[in-house]
Ligand binder design. Structure first.
Ligand code: PXP
Length: 250
């Protein structure tokens, strides 16, 4: 059965809007776990726009399921991970002015930097996942560098699903082709003995077809759950996403 990690960054986004101490991401993590989440995901960005270093330390002490920290493969970030020791580090690309992560890592072009980061993290007992596009060359490269898992970027799939004002255009051929790409990538990764996660832009509305891909073991979902939580409460929002993933059909 696939796992849901809830990305709680936007709880910190609300807190940072006032530079105060509420809402507390640790409290959110506890609620997510009580609602049945299998893990907590958080992104320590270089600009510290939401999660702060002290959040990671507190989360590490409190999270009892599984802590996945997303970060850029920089020396600064790797040092922090070695100190905090989350269960998993997901290496992601970061561009300073981006609104959110814009796509997968180019593992091929940044082979040396990524290999260095993987080696250091692995040596200290941290599993490493690489956030990459559904691209077979990138999967081969991830496997060659000794990654434990890949997280397939679903941003393009999510974008194709957004047709504001025209719901009749959903499930077009383009969406089907993107699902096939993700499925092919997931199969290829499994053949390379990589674990497979997915994430970015997934929602209650679009997660179904991705949840039907048998190789996908883990979902990392943030914005949509926290957005819903603002209106219906975090416990309910997490439970509803678990149902959306586990009872999906086309
Ligand atoms: N996975 C990765 C690697 C991410 O960078 C993000 C965004 O921080 C997510 C998953 C979650 O994306 P979303 O907030 O769109 O669900």
């Amino acid at each position: 059965m696939s796992r849901l990690n809830v990305n709680i960054d936007h709880i910190a986004t609300i807190r940072q809007a006032r530079r105060t101490n509420e809402p507390n991401p640790v409290s959110a993590a506890v609620i997510c776990e009580l609602a049945g989440a299998d893990g907590i995901t958080t992104h320590l960005r270089s600009d510290r726009r939401h999660i702060q270093d002290y959040d990671l330390i507190a989360l590490k002490q409190v999270v009892i399921t599984h802590l996945n920290v997303e970060m850029a493969a920089t020396e600064e970030m790797v040092e922090i991970a070695l100190r905090v020791k989350p269960d998993v580090v997901t290496l992601v690309p970061e561009r300073p002015q981006e609104i959110t992560t814009e796509g997968g890592l180019d593992v091929i072009s940044h082979e040396e930097t990524i290999k260095n980061a993987i080696d250091k993290l692995r040596d200290s007992g941290i599993f490493v996942s690489l956030f990459i596009d559904p691209d077979l060359r990138q999967i081969k490269a991830a496997s060659k560098l000794g990654s434990y898992q890949i997280e397939i970027c679903t941003a393009n799939y999510a974008r194709l699903n957004e047709n504001p004002g025209d719901p009749t255009v959903r499930r077009t051929r383009e969406i089907e082709i993107e699902i096939e790409r993700i499925q092919t990538a997931a199969r290829a990764a499994t053949r390379e003995e990589l674990k497979v996660a997915v994430g970015h832009g997934l929602t209650y509305r679009n997660v179904g077809p991705i949840a039907l891909i048998p190789e996908v073991e883990e979902f990392n979902i943030g914005h949509n759950i926290i957005a819903r939580a603002a209106l219906v409460g975090l416990d309910r929002a997490v439970r509803e996403m678990i149902v959306a993933i586990r009872t999906s059909f086309i």
